[in-house]
Design a protein around this ligand. Structure first.
Ligand code: HGY
Ligand code: MN
Ligand code: MN
Length: 423
């Protein structure tokens, strides 16, 4: 892909002064956040629950108001098109609007609603880009209710079939297909269409770097690999007081031992390796009963795929030894596995040129979180723009980004899209 500097038209200097309407964008962020807001202020719109579906309907109504032509694909990805002067592969932007159960207002939502604001700004200015634009809302990015995460964009990129995604089961046994059918989101469009000519996604950093450095724009050049595994430990329940320690088959102890091992492994490996045990469920989960069963998840990430593989292997070796020592069985199930991704240099440079033009400090960086962009990068040149998360907090109702940074991020997205789509 040629460098976008020469695509930028100096013949229309007025374009350089084009800016989004931040107030309009923020009002929509707040309206979406109000759906099923929890007591503690959390946004809770798990994929394809009624709350997520209400959010989808609201965003689709805004897309129609902006004159977009909406298509739904077989896994419920919403792709809204704005036609260009030429019938080419579109420049795509977007993200997700499903949340974790204790989500903030901005994770994913910023990318979708800033993309929509870019389109409204172009509408207001009467500008039609050369290439069409596509605004995507990808299904089930968070991977909390159905795994793997980034599911909709993974299917869009051909990394998982729609049939496999449809068969994914939530913990309550309902399948993704059940929920898509219930909400009428099994679309007719084959997954992967329209194939974008380029993809750029605006997202909050969800980490502390930009905030700590007082830098406003993150130009994301790569994203770490992600391994999610679920372990099911089966031992036997017995009386907590009468059972001699040497005769116990204690699933609760094994779950804790795995969590301690993950922390020790990550400390030993150092570097970019991170590890999290985010979910532990014990059965019967009673104060005076040795747990018969434990189900726990381990999230391992690293920018280096080989090191991530080593971490996985060491974990599996520890689990095997633990099962033998504790006379339990431990079954592992892979929930997600995505390789580290390098984003596209041309798009990275386009974002840097835009930051320069707009006069905002920017720095290249790695994404610690997974994003739809890492999947779309398999089928199109892709990159991301980050804005700061205050104190690096995310997946938490305290998630916050200053309004002026949201506005700057959306303007950076506007001008990057203009460069990529041409006018
Ligand atoms: O897990 C992640 O990094 C993303 O928020 N789904
Ligand atoms: Mn996200
Ligand atoms: Mn998230």
């Amino acid at each position: 892909m040629s460098d976008t500097h020469e695509l930028w038209s100096d013949k229309q200097p007025g374009l350089r002064n084009l800016r989004i309407n931040a107030e309009r964008m923020i009002a929509q962020i707040e309206a979406l956040a109000a759906i099923n807001r929890q007591q503690d202020g959390s946004c809770c719109r798990l994929a394809l629950t009624d709350a997520d579906i209400a959010g989808r309907r609201l965003v689709e109504s805004w897309m129609r108001d902006a004159g977009l032509s909406i298509q739904i694909d077989q896994v419920g990805n919403i792709i809204a098109i704005r036609f260009g002067t030429e019938n080419e592969m579109p420049v795509m932007t977007g993200s997700h609007i499903d949340t974790v159960a204790t989500g903030g207002r901005l994770d994913g939502v910023l990318g979708v609603l800033a993309g929509l604001e870019v389109i409204r700004t172009l509408n207001d200015a009467g500008i039609t880009t050369r290439k069409p634009l596509a605004l995507a809302v990808f299904t089930n990015e968070e991977g909390v209710r159905f795994q793997p995460d980034m599911m909709g964009s993974l299917v869009f990129a051909g990394g998982l079939s729609a049939t496999e995604a449809h068969a994914s089961l939530a913990q309550d046994g309902v399948s993704l297909l059940d929920e898509l059918e219930r909400s009428n989101y099994v679309g007719a469009t084959p997954c992967g269409e329209p194939r974008p000519s380029a993809y750029v996604e605006l997202h909050i950093e969800q980490g502390p770097i930009l905030d700590r450095e007082n830098t406003i724009l993150g130009v994301v050049e790569n994203l770490q690999g992600i391994s999610w595994q679920e372990f099911t430990v089966r031992g036997s329940s017995n009386h907590a007081g009468t059972t001699p320690m040497g005769l116990r088959r204690d699933a609760g102890y094994c779950a804790a031992a795995i969590a301690v091992f993950v922390r020790e492994l990550v400390s030993k490996m150092g570097g970019a390796q991170v590890g999290t045990v985010g979910q532990i469920n014990l059965f019967p989960n009673l104060v005076n009963v040795i747990a018969r069963e434990a189900k726990l998840t381990v999230d391992l990430r690293n920018v280096d795929d080989e090191l991530l593989d080593i971490a996985e292997q060491q974990l599996l070796k520890f689990v095997e030894g633990l099962a033998a020592r504790e006379n339990v069985t431990i079954e592992s199930r892979r929930l997600a596995n995505s390789k580290a991704v390098q984003f596209d240099d041309t798009i990275i440079r386009a974002i840097e040129h835009v930051a320069e033009d707009l006069g905002y400090p920017a720095r290249r960086m790695t994404s610690g979180a997974g994003h739809d962009a890492q999947m779309i990068a398999q089928v199109a040149p892709a990159a991301m723009i980050f804005v700061p998360s205050v104190a690096g907090v995310s997946h938490n109702p305290k998630e916050h980004t200053k309004v002026e940074h949201l506005e700057i991020g959306a303007n950076a997205l506007l001008h990057t899209i203009l460069r990529l789509a041409g006018v």
